[in-house]
Design a protein around this ligand. Sequence first.
Ligand SMILES: C[S@@+](CC[C@H](N)C(=O)[O-])C[C@H]1O[C@@H](n2cnc3c(N)ncnc32)[C@H](O)[C@@H]1O
Ligand code: SF4
Ligand code: SF4
Length: 356
Amino acid sequence: MLISWNVTKVCNLYCKHCYRSSGPDAPTDRELTTEEGKQLLSEIRKAGFRLVILSGGEPLMREDLFELIAYASSLGLRTALGSNGTLITKDVAVRLKAAGLAGAAISLDSHDPSFHNDFRNRYDAWEKAIEGIRRCQEAELDVQINMTLSEDNASHFSAVADLAEELNVRALHPFFLVPTGRGTAIEDDMLRQLRYFDVLRAVLDRGKKSRLDIKPTCAPQFLPMARDMELPMRYTRGCLAGLSYCCILPDGEVHICPYLPVKAGSVREAPFDEIWRDSEVFNQLRDYSGYGGACGSCSDIGLCGGCRARAYRYHNGDYMAEEPWCYKIRTGTSPLTEEEPRQACPSPRPAKENKR
Ligand SMILES: C[S@@+](CC[C@H](N)C(=O)[O-])C[C@H]1O[C@@H](n2cnc3c(N)ncnc32)[C@H](O)[C@@H]1O
Ligand code: SF4
Ligand code: SF4
């Protein structure tokens, strides 16, 4: 079980796609205090979680980050950082390791510095991210690269995988762009329809050949697809949200996942372990009979789950509705069989536009 805690909304960058709409001027007044954060970590441990991803915003913008990592370690929790990497100097990497951090997932959206720097709105974001990766490796932290994939950079994936191999990182996780936060402004660039599945298949193909751990993220159909491609997989479900994963916002709100603005509770109102166990929202997600549309009658619902954030965006906030990019609905049976025609269909539009 793993959990993301977005420790702050503040960030030194201002990326085009940011789900948290983070930036240098984001407010801090509602952030959990250090003491509240420690209490939360105890409750996370009590709920049975083992891995906490400290993310943001940029988690390194929080001064007490090292103290929180050390406290989590003292409880027996493993911690990993989700970071843009630009603030990881040699000293920071050494301090992270000393506090007990297991590893860092650093974002790199292209092998091409100019693409990444433009996307992340800073002239040297790429160079700094590469430096951050190297400093983490020198400090013997486990390193993963996170790449956000859209129509704009899907063709860069193979070169990023080459670079990740060259840098000798352990893992590469391509995050399929989700239309939320500032990401809604670029949702036309989102991979969709048959392109979504073609890119997903290319990612899985590369994973078959590479020594990197390549895991598509926020593309839950990857698991039924991997099964159809007869690829060995150690994952249990395409989307873990609500089942063995959830997200804590900077102010303590508990959400299904970072991309889905649905509140299951607040750690300022009830202990996290109680929210995790009792919340109606989580229990709804755990009951497969409550899923709507094609997801509701799909034999792969247990393995896939569909993206609840995309269902929310395209079905008037109904996160239990069918997943807009499901390959069974959109392409006949499976994109791997040519027995049925691969039909294109109209792209779903965001819910507000559907209301016409
Ligand atoms: C919000 S960031 C927080 C950590 C850090 N600031 C960073 O950018 O890596 C966590 C990861 O989510 C990715 N991400 C942000 N917005 C996204 C979106 N709308 N869709 C998919 N991935 C997104 C980021 O690129 C990053 O790899
Ligand atoms: S994606 Fe990460 S680096 Fe970019 S603005 Fe959001 S929190 Fe900051
Ligand atoms: S609901 Fe969608 S965006 Fe959220 S974790 Fe699952 S696949 Fe990712």
